[in-house]
Design a protein around this ligand. Structure first.
Ligand SMILES: [Zn+2]
Length: 199
């Protein structure tokens, strides 16, 4: 049996700079900064989360709904294009809100929220601590669809979400944070992570 051709990954335009990943020393420094912002030392245990390595190789996947360039690790990028294509055939439009995020980027999110006066416990209910986000791996995607606000629970009422529930698994994507998940992270119907490959 002939295997189906792999979808080609688009090349990034010359002016788009790929994000850089941190060295081991930078990683330690960034995690120290996260603790200084209030991330508890026992965060991994209390949230049953493992440290996530940053992707070592990233492929450009196009632009998100805010026109920012986005990246995934190459196999996850191929799986994403196959998923988006399969959805489009059934008149479902999947759009990217966020894909790869470095530890440094995640630290910036937490720092901004702290500066706005949010308590660290409230921040960590909706954002993973730097070093623990699935987005570091280049396998996770935050998705939306036209007519629905990005990163809002109402996404679960969209035809896109219902389609993902039926079909994402066949493409290796699973919902990481369902309602009442064991990680004490808020329900995220938009967050899908590629974990498996069928090839
Ligand atoms: Zn996410």
């Amino acid at each position: 049996m002939r295997s189906s051709p792999r979808p080609a990954l688009p090349a990034a335009p010359a002016e788009v700079v790929p994000p850089t990943c941190s060295s081991a020393a930078q990683r330690r420094e960034l995690l120290a900064q996260a603790h200084a912002l209030g991330v508890p030392k026992d965060y991994a245990r209390t949230h049953t989360l493992r440290a996530v390595r940053e992707a070592s190789d990233l492929a450009f996947i196009g632009y998100d709904i805010h026109n920012r360039p986005q990246w995934l690790q190459p196999r996850a990028a191929r799986a994403w294009f196959a998923l988006r294509h399969a959805a489009a055939i059934e008149q479902v439009e999947l759009q990217v809100v966020s894909a790869f995020r470095s530890i440094e980027y995640q630290l910036g999110i937490v720092r901004r929220k702290r500066e706005q006066g949010q308590a660290i416990e409230d921040i960590l209910r909706v954002s993973a601590a730097p070093g623990y986000s699935e987005h570091h791996s280049g396998r996770a995607l935050d998705l939306t669809t036209p007519g629905f606000a990005a990163l809002e629970e109402e996404f679960e009422k969209s035809p896109a979400f219902r389609w993902l529930q039926r079909r994402a698994h066949a493409h290796g994507f699973t919902l990481s944070f369902p309602r009442g998940n064991r990680h004490a992270i808020a329900y995220e119907p938009w967050h899908w992570c590629w974990r498996a490959s069928r090839d």
